[in-house]
Design a protein around this ligand. Sequence first.
Ligand code: NAP
Ligand code: GDD
Length: 362
Amino acid sequence: MKFKKALITGITGQDGSYLAEFLLKKKYIVHGIKRKSSSFNTSRIDHIYDNKKYKNKFFLHYGDLSDANSLIEIIRSVQPNEVYNLAAQSHVGVSFQLPNYTTQVNSIGALNLLQAIKDSGFSKKTKFYQASTSELFGEIQEKKQSEKTKFYPKSPYATSKLFAYWITKNYRESYGMFASNGILFNHESPRRGETFVTRKITIGLSKIIYGLEKCLYLGNIYSLRDWGHAKDYVEMCWKVLQFKRPDDFVIATEKQYSVKFFVEQCFKYLGIQIKWFGKGINENAKIIKFNQTKYPNLKKNMTVVRISKKYFRPNEVSNLIGNANKAKRLLKWSPKRSIQHLIKEMMDSDLELIKKIYISQN
Ligand code: NAP
Ligand code: GDD
């Protein structure tokens, strides 16, 4: 039996690690591109690499989206059936400080990869998935955003991803490539990068619980997002490439919550009652009721959340919610995990992580 070969860029990231696990379970041979870094960047995939079961099924290659030669080399040697382009400078806030770099990686990087497939003569053999994003909708033009909603990117990140979206379509139309866009709304997990808001909250609260920090500082807590679970969403990346034709799909839960709600739900899960005071930049949350025996590091009236100007963006996307009807209808998909499931999983995982750090320090 001949196994399918998949190549994943961004394999060391949140989605790359879950997608690798998913594809290995589906009996794929998985190749991943990792970039050179001065410190270890494989913690999310070490458990796969170290698993004897995957000894001849999981391979890593050094490469970089900004280095076209490395991509050509890898495509030619791997000859993948499916390429998932998940690599990116994926932080919207950071993209305002690194607009050029973000564009090099997210726009030119996607082009480099498509061109590497074409130049290697695999336009008709290799399917291509581009990690597009709900950030394309930015200043929303419709209440719920679907594949038909007009784009209005509001950051260097979103603008760079707009180019990647269109170049993917362009290679589909010009060269008959099976090249598809998954327009994914926010998705989170215990493997989420620590500077994205959900993980910042779950790790921040865990540090407060263990007395390692006193307060969590956030930006716009009224921002609204459609948050799904990364595990549900990587299944979609795969489904997008199994569809009978290349196409573009919005993937979303169709439910929307504020950052403030996410904070409240995390405290609720911990059994801690908080109350909000003040307005605008002075808004803050204090602890009202909690179990002192369970949480010895907490104090009544302790201010645990404050607002900091530092985390506001020059141009904010404040309201996103998707319409995933097309994916539901054509790909027979609906998300399995709720926001409560997500919060429980993330809080439990970060409490465990911080507990280990706390024990090692005491
Ligand atoms: P992530 O955790 O930030 O992972 C990004 C990955 O890209 C990491 O493996 C990173 O490597 C790699 N990378 C960065 N620059 C690179 C370069 N120049 N060359 C090669 N690799 C590079 O992101 P994610 O949350 O998994 O998201 C995956 C993709 O989906 C991204 O393209 C993101 O923009 C897009 N997306 C994400 C969401 C979401 O809510 N998560 C929603 C829509 C779209 P290091 O580990 O070395 O940093
Ligand atoms: N990161 C962060 N840190 N965001 C904060 C903070 C904070 O302290 N306080 C409030 N926010 C707000 C942001 O302003 C934004 O409106 C919202 O929380 C979500 O921010 P992030 O978690 O950083 O995600 P994002 O929506 O900007 O971008 C993520 O989702 C996109 C899909 O819509 C990233 O994963 C992108 O790569 C992805 O394309």
